[in-house]
Ligand binder design. Sequence first.
Ligand code: ZN
Length: 350
Amino acid sequence: MVTKIVYDDIFRLHEMTPGHPESPLRLNAAMHGIQAIKPTDTEIEFLKPEPAELREVCQIHEEKYIEEIRNKSDKGGGFFTLDTTSNRHTYMASLLAAGGGILAIDEITRGSANNVFVLCRPPGHHAEFNRAFGFCFMNNIAIAAKHILNEKKYGRVLIVDYDAHHGNGTQNAFYRSKEVLYIGLHQDGRTLFPGTGFVEEIGEGEGKGYTVNIPMMPSAGDKSFETAFEQIVQPVAESYKPDFVLVSTGFDGHHQDPLAGLGLTIKGIASLNNSLMKIAEMYADGRIAFFLEGGYNLEVIKRATQNLIEELAGIQVKEFSDKFHEKEKHKDYIKTTVKEIEEILIGTLF
Ligand SMILES: [Zn+2]
């Protein structure tokens, strides 16, 4: 069993405004979590990525936009939106983060890694075709999914995004494709950025039915996510039978996250990872790569990363004591959402 972690120090050099929550400290916290793992026989290796080639990046993004990121970085950085800014390292860090996803795919495809954690920043899932958005510049997971399809060895990619915020950029990249099935579990867009990801958004044309959105009520916790997994994620995966699984891992679904309002515990997050590993084992011969997206409570990032790597490496997952009281109304609300999704998706994936 070999688990690999894609990382480069340049990911710490990309910084936005002072005090911004999407900061290099997040990577320090993740590293502390990895250092806390007890040594075992399992191999955990770090890998340095190469910059992604522009021809691959430009299958997901407009060339002019990528040039804009480069130009701004060359000039020392600048604003893209009020909360998404670059510095002189952003262009190279983004290219290496995108390259990190590609490397993860190659490592798994050639059998030199069982699974990979792409520990990169800037994150990617909000980045759109021609604009930076929500702290994201290049959509690492979408570029990686496209890379899988380009290689033509595997043709059914499942992306599960459990970041607290809807993965609008990833959804839009494959909205008309049936080669990538996107499932997003996120806080209801009426209550959180980016304000999308409703149950009616199910894809278009050939891609109709290949986008599944599961909006969660604020304060929905472990039990609600468990229901969503059992009732939607697992049956949809069973119907689709992916041959590669990619995960947008956001630790901001945790109840102590400062930017979102969900109610997951560390154990709940670990259990989502465990379910995703099982899906990968069942249909994709274990091929799975996790990509770091959001998560802004440093202690949560540390513990959740430790648990994620333990899970990937097949080591006993350390249990942290961490409680959140999920109200009955939340447990009921998800059941209504599940029914709505089932009705909308009947005839497609169900
Ligand atoms: Zn997020």
